[in-house]
Each structure stands twice: as structure tokens, then as C-alpha cells.
Design a protein around this ligand. Structure first.
Ligand SMILES: Nc1ncnc2c1ncn2[C@@H]1O[C@H](COP(=O)(O)OP(=O)(O)OP(=O)(O)O)[C@@H](O)[C@H]1O
Length: 235
């Protein structure tokens, strides 16, 4: 299986003083669903942000052998995409957001099946499969529930279909068991489909059951490094 991300001696300090983690070295390969483990505050969300090149870090991350800056950070982020646990409060509606996103040239260039220009209806369809009513796409983000905005953000990330690696931060934390099941199934089907760009997921979850259902690898991070576990272990 080909290597997608190589993470070498990655470290993150808050304000250059407090060390959150250091010396994280691991690979993300095609077919991996890596469940990130670590106690609360260990830096799981921070690690995802580093991998998405959203915050400054020490060490190196390479995507298919190249550094994000060499690829161009906006293009890199279309290939290695971060979906936050709680979408930051965006202006306007999800529909407005999609229109703005579709206009970014980095996305248009990367789209294999012209999904950057795919119909609004296609995204709505993905959302519908997860129980998101069409009407919600035209509602202001600020008036959506946590679970609604979480599913819509994920539907947008998956629908764009430019990312080979998705970085998911507790993607179903606000969902009921049925919606959780639908989202998990959809993501694993996308991973298995040769039509989809998606080739690997780094997944943060606090659910033991979910970790067992979706994980193919289990990586524990600590302040001083990371290690592979045989399965999910409660922090
Ligand atoms: N901007 C920031 N300023 C100060 N401290 C921060 C900042 N961002 C994160 N931290 C701290 O860094 C540490 C790692 O946070 P992070 O959210 O990555 O942990 P986590 O493992 O995802 O936690 P949880 O499992 O509770 O979601 C925490 O101690 C957090 O308080």
C-alpha cells in the first residue's frame, strides 16, 4: 500500500513554552483508518491541525514525499483535509459556504470527477443519506444544531472528493447512534470505492465501540512520542 503521509519527529509547543507532544513519527498509508488515542488534552486535535498544516509545528510532514510548502499549502489542504469537531462559526449558510469553496482554484484543479463543480443537489443528497433535511443547507450556520452542522461539514468534505486523507475530529460526537452508523458506513464505503479519492482517515473518537468498528490501526500519543496499540484502550 502506498505511503500518503510521513510524519517525522513532529512536536508542538504552546507559546514556545509548554510542550504538548514531541517526537511523533509515523506513516499514514493507503487503506489506513488510524484511530488516535490519548488522554484528554494529550493533543489529538492539535495533531490533526498540524497534519493539516493549520498551525506551526516542529518536525516534518510529507505528503507523497513532498512538504506542504512545496505543493502549495492550499493545494495540500485539498489532499489532506481537516474536519473539525465543531465547525467554527461561519458567516451565512452552508449553501453560501459551498458556493465560495467551489470557486477556489486549488479545489477545481484537484477534482478528479469534477466534484468541485458538482451540483448542489449532490451534496444535499449526501446529507440526506445522513438524515439532514435539504432546508438546513439554507439556514445560517449559527442556527444549526451541533449535530446538523457536524454532518453538513462532513458532507461538504466528503462531497468535494479531493482529499486522499481525511482528518476527522470526533466526527460523530454530536450524532445519535443511527446517524453515527450511517456516517461510518458511508465513509468506509468511500474508502473502499475505486471511484473515490479517499484513501485514508485519521480519526479521533472517544467511543471504544466506534474505534473497534472503524479502526485498522490504533496510535497512542503521549508527551514524548507515539506508539501503535493492538486495539483501542480506554485512556
Ligand atoms: N490555542 C491554545 N492555547 C493554549 N492552550 C491550548 C491551545 N490549543 C490547545 N491547547 C492545549 O493543548 C492541549 C492539547 O489540546 P487538544 O485539544 O489537542 O487535546 P485533545 O487530546 O484533543 O483533547 P480532548 O480529548 O479533550 O478533545 C490541551 O492542554 C489544551 O488545553
Amino acid at each position: 500500500m502506498s505511503n500518503l503521509l510521513h510524519v517525522d519527529s513532529l512536536g508542538y509547543d504552546i507559546n514556545k513554552t509548554r510542550n504538548v507532544f514531541s517526537d511523533l513519527t509515523f506513516d499514514v498509508n493507503e487503506g489506513d483508518v488510524i484511530v488516535l488515542q490519548g488522554k484528554s488534552g494529550a493533543g489529538k486535535s492539535t495533531l490533526l491541525k498540524c497534519l493539516a498544516h493549520l498551525i506551526e509545528y516542529k518536525g516534518e510532514v510529507r505528503y507523497r514525499g513532498s512538504q506542504p510548502r512545496a505543493i502549495g499549502v492550499p493545494s495540500y489542504r485539498t489532499k489532506v483535509a481537516y474536519v473539525p469537531q465543531r465547525p467554527s462559526l461561519l458567516p451565512g449558510t452552508p449553501h453560501d459556504f459551498l458556493k465560495a469553496l467551489s470557486g477556489f482554484s486549488s479545489r477545481t484543479k484537484c477534482a478528479k470527477r469534477s466534484k468541485a463543480t458538482r451540483d448542489y443537489a449532490d451534496y444535499v443528497q449526501i446529507g440526506k443519506a445522513w438524515g439532514v433535511d435539504e432546508e438546513l443547507w439554507s439556514r445560517n450556520w449559527s442556527n444549526l444544531s451541533g449535530g446538523e452542522s457536524q454532518r453538513i461539514s462532513l458532507a461538504i468534505a466528503v462531497g468535494l472528493d479531493t482529499a486522499e486523507v481525511l482528518l476527522l475530529d470526533e466526527p460523530t460526537s454530536a450524532l445519535d447512534p443511527n446517524s453515527t452508523n450511517l456516517v461510518e458506513r458511508f465513509l468506509l464505503d468511500e474508502m473502499a470505492s475505486s471511484e473515490s479519492e479517499l484513501k485514508a482517515i485519521v480519526w479521533v473518537t472517544h467511543s471504544d465501540e466506534q474505534a473497534q468498528r472503524v479502526g485498522t490501526r490504533f496510535l497512542r500519543i503521549t508527551q514524548t512520542g507515539c506508539e501503535e496499540e493492538r486495539g483501542y484502550v480506554e485512556p
